[in-house]
Each structure stands twice: as C-alpha cells, then as structure tokens.
Design a protein around this ligand. Structure first.
Ligand SMILES: Nc1ncnc2c1ncn2[C@@H]1O[C@H](COP(=O)(O)OP(=O)(O)OP(=O)(O)O)[C@@H](O)[C@H]1O
Length: 457
C-alpha cells in the first residue's frame, strides 16, 4: 500500500506509546518522528515543519491536570501555527480535551486508542493542514496579484515584421516549460510578452506572478522571494509566503534580472538549479514547481564579459532568448497602438469623439520614443486629458512643448520635418496668431492652413 505524504510528530514521555504509535503510523505516512522530552519542542519545530503533531497532555508522573499539555500546545501554536495539533488524553479527561480544543487543538484521541480511529483522526488532521496551506497560499497570491493588477495587460498589439518574429518565438516556446529570457529596452512590452507566454502555456489556469528585482532591497531579497518564518528577523511579525512559493504551479516573472548583486545572483542560481527554496529562519528545503521567465534591459552577454553577471546564471535562464524590438524599429505599429490606447483613454475619460489626425500620427511615427510603448501610452493618456476639441493636436503631447525633447523629436532633419518645426515655432512666437505667423514664413493664410492640417498642428 502506498504511503500517504505527510510529516507526523508524536510527543509523549512514554516510550511504549511512542514506539507503538510510530510503528503503526509509519505503515501509512511518509514520515513519522517521535519526541520524548517536551522541552525540546521549540528546537525541533524551528528546524522542521510537521503537518500533524500528536501531543500528550500530561508529562510528569502521576500528573493528570493537563496543564503541561496546554502549555506545550500554546507553544506549538505560536511556533508552528500552520500545523494541526491532535491531543492524546487518558479516558475520563474529555473536559480537558474540550478546553484544549478551545485553545486551538483540532481533535483528541483517547488512550488506549483503536488503530482505525487513530488513523482516521490523523488523516483528517492532515487534510486540515493541507486546506490551511491552500488558504494561506491563495491569500498571499491574492495579495500579490492585487498589488500587480494595475500592470495587467491585454494582447500584444502589432503587425510589423519585427513583432511577428516575437509572436513566432512566443508560439513555439509557450507550450514547453523552458525558461525564457526576454530582452529589450524599457517599456517595449517585455512583461506583456511574458504574460502572453503564460496565457498560451499549460500553466495558463494557474497564477502569473511578477517580481521587479530592481525594486527589492538586498536584505529583503530572500524574504520576498523565498518567504520567512515568524521571528526570523526583527520585523518578521508573522510567517510569510515568498513569491516562488506563491507562484507554485504557475509562472514567475523576474523583471530587471540584470540589477542583481553577485551575492543575490548566486542565491537565485542555487534555487533555479535545485527548484527548492529555504525560507528565512528555517533550514529545510521546500520543493517549488514554477516556470521562470526573466527579463532585463541590460545586455547580459556584455555583463558576463565584464564579469558583472554570472555566466552560469545566464545559461540557466536563457534556454530561449526573445528580444522585443524598440518602438523605433516598428514604427508601422504606431497607428495601431495609438488607436488602441486612444480607445481605452477616450472611454476612461469619457471623451468618445476624439481622434488623431493623419498629420499628427505621422509626426508621432517620426519621434524616437526612448520610453517606447509606455511613453506612447502615457503620451496619449495625457493628450486625451489635455485636449479641448475632438482632434488631438501635436501640442497636446507633452514632448511637443518641451524644448529638450523637441531636440530629440527627429532622428533626421528632412525638409518636411523642418517645415513643421518652423510653422510651430512661428505660431509660438506670434502667440498662435496664424496671419502673423504666415506672414513671417512668407505664406498665404490658405497655404498656412493647408500645412497646419498636413502636419497636424
Ligand atoms: N504590444 C503591446 N500592445 C499593447 N500594449 C503594450 C504592448 N507592449 C507594451 N504595452 C504596454 O506598454 C506598457 C509597458 O509594457 P511592459 O511593462 O510590458 O514593458 P517592459 O518592457 O516590461 O517595461 P520595463 O522594462 O520598464 O519593465 C504597459 O502598460 C503595457 O500594457
């Protein structure tokens, strides 16, 4: 008969009881240990986690008050609140057992026990521990998910050749469990791509958890990623599930992996190699089943050459590499993206009739977008908020009035760009007076209007 997975600890000062209970339970459960000195409980529980603890109520010879048992019960509940405690009482101590259950014990077994009853009670205790674990995991997943809910994104938008190559890699890699390294400048959509891989993977109905490694301080790294036990350090007020454990069964997205210090790179490498974590304040490893997707805007290959990124870690995370192109490399996607964000923000700000004229779209396609899609998205949101009429103007975009950014507006100065720039500046100089600006430029009012229309000014 296959043994049920479960770690059981029996605490009693009677060696015969320990031996008989251990021999019987060992036939049914994967790990059964015993402890005959209750004073050793704190040490035992700080180095090991148990699913079920069977605790005797009276340890001193002739003692029947159960006070000692209650004291140790409280101690266990404080050190290992996730463990189910079952009490062992002598016949006639039922009132005591009821009192102990009020303190948090799950059930009691009357000595001498019947084996079937002992087995059933331990099995129920094990189920209870499992359920509590699930509830805890769901709770921490929910906390983590709700803190990252704002960053959720829909499908990857784009039809350019460059983005189609990304789709191609995603389609191939998604169904496997291979680790993926996503490279690309800030705001190109690396997290959007990671979510797309998760959605198409076999883990799609499990969680996707995103961690910005760049924003975690060195001393909180282990606690954030692997979790900690209550009291592991001064601020550890309760047990904490780390991101690896919370992502169990699903996908863990480690963003900004290029920002890790050498010490943290070593810690991460060990976890990725062994697929086991050790919570801070404990020394027993826990198996984790996660698919890891890493991302960075750093050039990890150069960093390896410079000696700032571990080569073995790079080869551990980059089974498949996928580079997301910058927005400059896929300007043909800009109209689609503008439409997508315009629709979303028109709805959000209740301005349903807004549109972007052709000339403005062309100008936006010529800008070099150092912040990539994120900059475009924020630019459109701002323009929607700032717009007065139904037409978005270049001037509604933040960079249009910013002298420093104006310099970055064009990669190459061609005649059309220069003409648009001259018209805009002439208008600015004459406080928006079109006749005066046209006169300065040597244009008729009609010609001026046509050009303004053409350039979306
Ligand atoms: N192809 C896309 N279609 C629609 N929206 C996108 C696309 N790519 C990115 N975005 C949007 O752009 C913003 C930036 O995307 P994301 O956070 O995935 O970029 P990133 O490369 O991970 O950024 P960082 O390097 O700063 O971590 C998000 O708001 C996302 O919704």
């Amino acid at each position: 008969m296959a043994k049920q997975k479960g770690k059981i600890l029996i605490i009693d000062d009677d060696d015969i009881i320990l031996l008989t209970a251990k021999m019987f339970l060992e036939q049914h459960f994967s790990e059964v240990r015993t402890l005959d000195i209750p004073e050793n409980i704190p040490r035992e529980l700080s180095s090991k986690t148990y699913d079920v603890i069977l605790l005797d109520m009276n340890f001193k010879q002739g003692e029947t008050s159960g006070k000692e048992g209650l004291k140790w019960l409280r101690e266990i509940m404080a050190i290992a609140p996730e463990t189910t405690v079952l009490l062992m009482t002598a016949y006639g101590e039922v009132n005591l057992a009821v009192e102990a259950m009020k303190e948090g014990a799950a059930d009691f077994i009357v000595k001498p026990w019947q084996n079937e009853r002992l087995l059933a009670t331990v099995q129920t205790g094990l189920k209870l521990t499992d359920q509590q674990k699930q509830v805890r995991q769901l709770k921490s997943q929910q906390e983590i998910l709700s803190s990252s809910a704002d960053h959720q994104a829909g499908d990857i938008i784009g039809q350019s050749k460059a983005i189609k190559e990304v789709f191609n890699i995603i389609n191939k890699v998604a169904r496997t469990d291979a680790d993926v390294l996503i490279l690309g400048e800030n705001g190109t959509g690396k997290e959007v791509a990671a979510r797309a891989i998760h959605r198409q993977s076999m883990r799609a109905d499990q969680v996707f958890i995103s961690v910005d490694l760049g924003s975690i301080s060195e001393n909180l790294f282990e606690s954030e990623l692997f979790g900690h036990k209550k009291g592991a350090f001064t601020d550890a007020k309760g047990d904490r599930t780390g991101r690896f454990e919370a992502a169990s069964g699903g996908t863990l997205f480690l963003d900004e992996i290029g920002n890790l210090s050498p010490a943290l790179q070593a810690k991460l490498l060990t976890v990725l190699q062994n697929r086991k974590i050790v919570k801070v304040g404990t020394n027993h490893p826990i198996d984790v089943d996660v698919r890891v997707i890493c991302a960075t805007n750093s050039n990890l290959h150069n960093m390896v050459a410079e000696g700032t990124f571990r080569e073995d870690l790079l080869y551990r995370i980059n089974t498949v590499e996928c580079t997301i192109p910058s927005l400059r490399e896929r300007t043909e996607d800009i109209p689609l993206l503008i439409n997508h964000f315009l629709k979303a923000y028109c709805k959000k700000y209740n301005k349903p009739k807004l549109y972007v004229p052709e000339g403005v779209i062309k100008r936006l396609q010529k800008y070099n977008w150092p912040g990539n899609i994120r900059e475009l998205q924020h630019g459109i949101e701002r323009a929607v908020i700032m717009s007065d009429g139904n037409e978005l103007q270049s001037s509604d975009f933040a960079f249009a009035g910013d002298a420093k950014k104006e310099e970055q507006l064009f990669e190459n100065y061609n005649l059309e760009d220069l003409e648009a720039w001259a018209i805009k500046n002439a208008l600015k100089k004459h406080n928006g007076n079109i006749s005066h600006a046209a006169k300065e430029l040597g244009l008729s009012r009609g010609a001026m209007y046509r050009r303004m229309e053409k350039y979306g000014i």
